[in-house]
Write a protein that binds this ligand. Structure first.
Ligand SMILES: CC(C)(COP(=O)(O)OP(=O)(O)OC[C@H]1O[C@@H](n2cnc3c(N)ncnc32)[C@H](O)[C@@H]1OP(=O)(O)O)[C@@H](O)C(=O)NCCC(=O)NCCS
Length: 328
């Protein structure tokens, strides 16, 4: 199979019924490969066929959307979106049985199935989708990459096919169209921003001793050498970030994104805004200091091209600090 040589489509009830054998083969392969997907080692072909026969019945009743990935005439992957089935959740569905045969892994089939599943769910008005998957698995990475929000982890929730316990992560995605993200220079002296600053101070205080926290306070952020930006969607503040413009470099300060807005590219957009502010001020070197335990921030800065460096003035080396820089 060469890259991108697959197609994804919604299976109609007739196709769902006629291809239960191939769907069973995908399920059997995933279980044989050690995936925790409801079934245990020893799953027989007859049981797998029975499972897919019931799925085909639900497809016929409109309670389930079945998507398949086909490569050279052979089904190689599948996923389902299942209506919640309760009158008070007409907008909600579950994503289930995301399965790619081992012959087709790591080619983007999982990601493509997910994109199509989201599109199909949107079309029928199911805009809140929930799923669960094994923690630290390929599925966990797939959903995180696709912008799904992690609702939480339940330890020892299910079994691997060989009987060991495994933790389960619940994810959800709100598929309603969102107003565009807007980043603008604003004053930090406003209630929403003061809340962000307080939340980030609480976060840092829980992780680091006071001598390792180097945040500019509100009065320092009002200095004319600071360009302060707020990210909003539909008027609602989602996060903030700023740059302290110096003679030779600009320093990123007070980046914070509200929990509910994480994973939507808000941090990256704020970095782009401060980079633009640096360019306009004729500065081509950006630096920052952050804490060693602040994993999401470190990931964001790395992704934005920042590389680690030694401590720079006015900081002293600190085992709890990471210093980074990026040339524009
Ligand atoms: C989870 C699962 C569906 C992912 O399917 P997949 O088709 O391999 O998914 P993708 O190809 O989109 O992504 C898988 C990896 O390949 C990489 N990839 C995608 N396209 C690629 C390409 N063209 N070249 C190289 N790598 C590629 C992705 O970045 C990803 O890397 P990562 O796992 O290190 O983060 C599959 O592993 C599976 O069926 N597992 C068993 C069943 C299971 O656990 N399902 C989840 C139940 S909720």
């Amino acid at each position: 199979m060469t890259e991108h040589s697959f197609i994804i489509r919604r299976a109609d009830p007739a196709e769902a019924r006629s291809r239960v054998g191939e769907l069973a083969d995908i399920l059997l392969d995933c279980v044989a490969g050690g995936a925790s997907v409801s079934f245990m080692t020893g799953l027989t072909r007859a049981e797998a066929v029975r499972f897919w026969t019931r799925v085909a019945e639900d497809v016929a009743e409109g309670q389930r959307i079945l998507l398949v990935a086909e490569s050279a005439g052979r089904l190689i992957g599948t996923v389902q979106v299942v209506a919640s089935g309760t009158p008070n959740q007409p907008h909600r569905a579950d994503l289930a049985k995301m399965l790619v045969h081992r012959d087709g892994r790591n080619k983007g089939i999982g990601a493509a199935l997910l994109t199509h599943a989201e599109q199909e769910a949107r079309k029928v008005g199911w805009w809140l989708i929930v799923l669960d998957t094994v923690e630290d698995s390929a599925g966990d990475r797939l959903y995180t990459r696709a912008g799904w929000r992690r609702a939480g982890l339940i330890p020892d929730y299910a079994l691997w096919p060989d009987g060991r316990l495994c933790g389960t992560v619940y994810f959800y995605k709100d598929l309603r169209p969102r107003p565009p993200l807007q980043i603008a220079p604003e004053t930090p002296d406003q209630p929403e921003v003061r809340q962000f600053l307080a939340a980030s101070e609480d976060y840092s205080a829980a992780l680091y001793p006071p001598e390792s926290n180097h945040m500019l306070d509100l009065s320092q952020l009002l200095d004319p050498a600071v360009r302060f930006f707020v990210a909003r969607r539909g008027g609602v503040a989602l996060g903030c970030g700023s740059i302290l413009l110096g003679q030779e470099h600009g320093e990123l300060k007070r980046f914070f994104v509200a929990n509910a807005a994480r994973g939507q590219g808000v941090g990256a957009a704020l970095i782009a805004a401060v980079e633009q502010a640096a360019r306009e001020a004729g500065i081509s070197l950006l630096r920052l200091e952050t804490g060693i335990y602040s994993a999401p921030a470190l990931a964001l800065y790395r992704k934005a091209g920042f590389v680690p460096r030694t401590a720079f003035a006015p900081y002293q080396p600190d085992p709890l600090s990471v210093f980074m820089e990026r040339r524009l």
